[in-house]
Design a protein around this ligand. Structure first.
Ligand SMILES: Cc1cc2nc3c(=O)[nH]c(=O)nc-3n(C[C@H](O)[C@H](O)[C@H](O)COP(=O)(O)OP(=O)(O)OC[C@H]3O[C@@H](n4cnc5c(N)ncnc54)[C@H](O)[C@@H]3O)c2cc1C
Length: 642
């Protein structure tokens, strides 16, 4: 943990400035609980009061997490303000479930909550997709219950919202970029865009021709090495060797890299193109580090340079991630620029929500899809066939009475400290395996064995709302990458050129507010894949918000202080989005299976009984399209079970 500075450093870092970041203590808990307590006061059973989060049961290191909510931090404004990443109440509930701390007698006496044709667990893109395609397959009128444990839908595709100097700004919490599907190519994504009337061409913030020319990414990945420097102005910070700009444009000539590192970095960057199936299978058998150093024979500087990018995108370091994933994720320079909506991929779940419950997001146009406040009252009405419960944590799914009853599945969930039980004809689990393992109490042993091979790694996305960003402008950059292997945090950040709509077009100007986004994984080279994930997650859970805030401020100072950055003046708000299980880790042999045995992914995709499993992780590398696809498959499978 960090030692909190006093005196001059405190002032320099702007820690006493009046910003919207400190009104969070227990805020999430109070808000989420209060919203549902009234509604459920007649419920029969109460959760074990003795339940406590026990970090000790996380394998490995790290002090226990704080008992108070010094974890979540300020969440911005608007509908997503109490759902920034995994919030403390959600983490606590999930860990109670993992640690078996729910009182079994209480579980048995949960209050009846009605019967449904389908219960969906998880309100991310996959869960909403499952509900949508289930209804498409069965026709309207089927009773569907969707449970989401956060205060807002969208899962990893949620957004942060800020109001700075009167300007409303959005930033992604996680899921961020997308590529527009080609019209009429027959893909699921093409038909999704068509069905929900999503535009395929967009307007972008304009750049005043009187200002110096500056190139921006339109997402938060293009600025990462090996991607699209040719389209973005990027500053590279080499510590004591100082800053260089757009290093790839002149073949790394002015960088402090050694000549062999330069040569091999350029070779690495030129090594791209589609992978054949045979190549993909071959690369699945070794680590990316071995591929880079032993197969390609590159200088180890290549490995060090790509390490944090692989750490973000795969969850673990190059010596633990398989080479197939490394090549697929980072060796794709200068492809067409990926795009993002102002709030990242949040319009996708919002479109699905609007499709399921049109009153939830009044309006039909693209602007209201992105910006309209959700009509929360419309989510759960007695008279509608589709009902969505927020702040509702599924605890247990089991088959009851064989297949004889009309609703042969029982789904128990907690909401506002009370337990409820719904009957279901089919269930879709639209969430990751680390929780499914605990909820699906009657899963067959081969499915459990498959899930036992799944491990996960965390990621952290920090959105810093700036009042102005002239310090970047003066440096001639809109993104930066740093190579600090000591006490720093993260490795890159950028501001985007935002998509605009008729109702919403904030100015892109160095003296106007903008969101600076930091994307980072937390890999620990040298440790086995699963241990890396668990160890970094334990540390990540034990780190209070103020510690992260301090590290972000120090990082920004070390990068920008000499270019006019003044935290007290420039920072309006800091929001952390923590994703404890951001990535399903894919070590060698995981994706295609090892020693003649199939991949555990194959077994999990099959589900069992009346339970269909549909989550983006079933693709391996997760993206919004795989969430939509596996949600669709699970929804249609559930429909076939009726
Ligand atoms: C940091 C980060 C960056 C990413 N960037 C991109 C990107 O740029 N582009 C891209 O396409 N993809 C990106 N992704 C991938 C992302 O996983 C997918 O795009 C997609 O959002 C995943 O949707 P999902 O529905 O499968 O899962 P999730 O979004 O994880 O949804 C699962 C939902 O289930 C809920 N839940 C969990 N447990 C319970 C319970 N017990 N009861 C009730 N509800 C529960 C969760 O709260 C969550 O809302 C990123 C992911 C992360 C973490």
């Amino acid at each position: 943990m960090n030692h909190f500075p006093g005196g001059p450093e405190r002032r320099r870092l702007g820690l006493d400035a009046r910003i919207t970041r400190r009104d969070f203590v227990n805020g999430t808990l109070v808000g989420a609980g209060a919203a549902v307590l009234g509604a459920s006061s007649s419920a029969a059973a109460v959760v074990s009061k003795s339940a406590r989060l026990r970090a000790a049961s996380e394998p490995a290191t790290g002090a226990p997490p704080p008992a108070e909510d010094t974890f979540t931090g300020y969440g911005g404004v608007g509908d997503y303000a109490r759902a920034n990443g995994n919030t403390w109440p959600v983490v606590q509930a999930a860990h109670r479930l993992r640690d078996g701390e729910y009182d079994s007698a209480a579980l048995a006496h949960a209050k009846a909550a009605g019967d449904f044709d389908l219960v969906v667990v998880g309100g991310g893109i996959a869960g909403l997709s499952a509900a949508h395609y289930f209804i498409k397959a069965t026709g309207p009128g089927r009773r569907v219950l969707l449970l989401e444990n956060h205060a807002m839908l969208g899962g990893e595709a949620r957004q942060n919202e800020f109001v700075v100097e009167g300007e409303r700004l959005l930033g992604p919490q996680g899921s961020n970029d997308f590529i527009v599907p080609e019209r009429g190519n027959g893909s699921l994504l093409d038909s999704f865009f068509a069905e929900f009337g999503l535009p395929r061409e967009y307007a972008w913030q304009s750049w005043d021709a009187r200002l110096r020319p500056l190139r921006f990414a339109r997402d938060n990945y293009s600025n990462m090495d090996g991607f699209q420097e040719s389209q973005v102005d990027i500053g590279y910070f080499f510590g004591t060797a100082g800053w260089r700009r757009n290093i790839w444009a002149n073949a790394l000539a002015e960088t402090p890299f050694s000549s062999s590192a330069r040569r091999d970095l350029l070779r690495w960057r030129a090594n791209h193109g589609p992978m054949s199936e045979a190549e993909s299978r071959r690369l699945d058998t070794l680590t990316y580090k071995d591929y880079l150093e032993k197969v390609c024979g590159y200088d180890s500087a290549v490995t060090r340079t790509v390490e944090p990018i692989v750490g973000l995108l795969s969850g673990v370091s190059t010596d633990a991630a398989c080479a197939r994933l490394g090549r697929q994720l980072v060796e794709a320079p200068d492809r067409a620029m990926a795009l993002s909506f102002p709030g990242g991929n949040s319009p996708f779940p919002r479109a699905l929500l609007r499709g399921l419950l049109p009153d939830s997001l009044p309006g039909k146009d693209f602007s209201t899809l992105m910006y309209a406040p959700v009509n929360f009252e419309s989510l759960d009405r007695d008279d509608q066939s589709v009902r969505i419960l927020l702040n509702a944590t599924a605890l247990r799914v089991e088959h009851v009475n064989g297949d004889s009853g009309r609703h042969p599945l029982a789904v128990t969930y907690e909401r506002g400290g009370y337990l409820f039980k719904a009957g279901a004809r089919a269930v879709v689990m639209a969430r990751g395996g680390w929780i499914n393992k605990h909820i699906l109490v009657d899963m067959p042993s081969d499915l459990r064995a498959a899930y036992d091979q799944f491990s996960y790694a965390p990621a952290l996305i920090v959105n810093v709302a700036l009042r102005q960003w002239r310090f970047l402008y003066d440096m001639g950059i809109t993104a930066c990458r740093w190579f600090d292997e000591t006490d720093g945090i993260g490795y890159c950040c950028n501001i985007r050129q935002n998509m605009i709509t008729e109702g919403h077009s904030p100015a892109l100007h160095p003296d106007r507010p903008a969101v600076l986004s930091f994307y980072m994984g937390l890999p620990i080279p040298g440790l086995p894949a699963a241990v890396q994930g668990a160890t970094s997650r334990a540390k990540f859970l034990a780190t209070p918000f103020p510690d992260f805030e301090l590290r972000i401020r120090r990082q920004m100072m070390s990068l920008f202080a000499s270019h006019g950055f003044t935290p007290e003046r420039d920072i309006a708000a800091i929001v952390l989005n923590r994703w404890g299980h951001a990535r399903l880790i894919e070590p060698p042999g995981f994706h295609y299976g090892r020693g003649g045995r199939p991949s555990p992914l194959e077994r999990v995709r099959q589900g069992y009984g009346r339970v269909a499993i549909g989550h983006s992780e079933l693709n391996g590398a997760q993206h919004w399209g795989s969430a939509l696809e596996y949600g669709q498959r699970a929804g249609e499978k559930a429909a076939a079970l009726l």
